[in-house]
Design a protein around this ligand. Structure first.
Ligand SMILES: *Cc1c(COP(=O)(O)O)cnc(C)c1O
Length: 391
């Protein structure tokens, strides 16, 4: 898939909406569609909207093995993460210790810092050399004071998988709860919140071919009474999150989850083959290495470092829409906390790009990407002459 002149390799940042999602959404906006307020129970316009919202809730629940009543609509995974962490620590008076990791999204890290300023204590685990947060590391960090452990299922920069099922056993054995940021996992890996022992789980529609601005927090039935509402006003969503429900957004997310559930296996097989083709192609260029390649991982998201001091991610920008890790943290001018977290130097992190593949990636896209790397590396080599010393 390409946008203008660039081939799109940034599905981990966001995905285009699936055409089936858009069609479902259009039906919920205009006068001839289901535009009513889902909370208006006194007329059919409202009741129809409520019906669509509840159908979508079941579709989201089905994707992760939850009950529909355990799905709380939010504006996205950022809000879901905020609700999970702040909501838990606001209600919890005894256990004030949070365990999380340096691999997490800023929506977790910044929320954790906020809680720390409010008196919580925070342990930030670092991954092992392969890029994994291990069960042993989590077990060692948990104490009698630990209330919540928050870890992502799939990392957004390097594509590594966390063994949340094994981690949930040590978390629960210690009497704590497990929150999982699954924004990058939903629709790509099988999730069963019950079998995996997950208490709270964040999702975002725009990472799985749904619209931006809608997400969900799974709140296990047993845990719901322990989460304090962060958005007051009207008591929607079982009192956990108020605000008029955006029917079109919700229907979009429900449809996206339904499509993901039906097509995940086929999508994954195709993307794995494309990803292997890309890795083989850039691997043949000899100076491209894949980060965290030994850890359990998804094939969709590749973190590649070019081993030449002359390489800059912008050299790919004419043809490829990729994410350069320096841009992610550009505000602070800092290298990616995830890449330095797995042991890359700040300088190597600057020579690293993330390519993420998705539903609309084609073989032609992959071949163009390999050719583009080839061109950039040839340029690097042309400049690779001994530098003159400046007196
Ligand atoms: C994208 C993302 C988020 C933020 O989701 P929004 O819906 O954009 O707020 C949080 N966590 C991870 C891992 C993500 O990839």
């Amino acid at each position: 898939m390409s946008t203008d002149t660039q081939r799109y390799f940034d599905y981990a940042a966001t995905t285009p909406a699936d055409p089936r999602v858009m069609e479902a959404m259009f039906g919920c906006l205009g006068a001839g569609g289901v535009f009513g307020n889902p909370a208006s129970s006194s007329h059919t316009a409202g009741l129809k909207a409520k019906h669509l919202v509840e159908t979508a809730r079941a579709q989201v629940a089905d994707l992760i093995g939850a009950a529909p009543s355990e799905i709380v609509w939010t504006s996205g995974a950022t809000e879901s993460n905020n609700l999970a962490l702040k909501g838990f620590f606001e209600a919890e008076q005894g256990r004030r210790h949070l365990v999380t990791s340096s691999l997490e999204h800023k929506a977790i890290l910044d929320t954790a810092s906020h809680l720390e300023r409010r008196g919580a204590s925070v342990t930030c685990l670092v991954p092992d050399a392969s890029g994994e947060i291990t069960v042993a590391a989590v077990e060692a960090a948990i104490g009698r004071d630990t209330g919540l452990v928050s870890l992502m299922m799939v990392n957004n920069e390097i594509g590594t998988l966390t063994d949340v099922a094994a981690i949930s056993r040590v978390v629960h054995a210690a009497g704590a709860l497990l929150h999982v940021d699954a924004a990058q996992a939903a629709g790509k890996v099988e999730i069963d919140v019950k079998a995996m022992g997950i208490d709270l789980l964040s999702m975002s529609a725009h990472k799985l071919y749904g619209p931006k601005g809608i997400g969900a927090l799974y709140v296990s039935r047993d845990v719901a009474p322990r989460i304090a509402c962060q958005m007051h006003g009207g008591g929607h969503e079982q009192g956990l999150r108020s605000g008029t429900l955006p029917t079109h957004q919700i229907v979009g997310m429900g449809t996206a989850c339904e499509v993901a559930r039906m097509e995940m296996a086929a999508d994954n097989a195709r993307i794995a083959a494309l990803s292997a083709r890309l890795l083989a192609g850039v691997g043949a260029l000899e100076i491209v290495t894949q980060n965290a390649c030994d850890a359990p991982r998804i094939p969709h998201t590749l973190s590649l470092t070019v081993d030449s001091p002359n390489f800059f991610p912008f050299m790919l920008a004419d043809e490829l829409a990729v994410s350069s890790t320096s841009a992610c943290n550009s505000a602070a001018g800092k290298p990616s906390h995830v890449l330095t977290g797995i042991g890359l130097s700040a300088e190597a992190a600057e020579r690293t790009v993330r390519l993420s593949l998705g539903r609309f990636t084609t073989e032609a896209d992959v071949d163009a990407a390999v050719a583009c790397f080839g061109k950039a590396i040839a340029q690097c080599r042309a400049f690779d002459v001994p530098r003159q010393k400046v007196a």
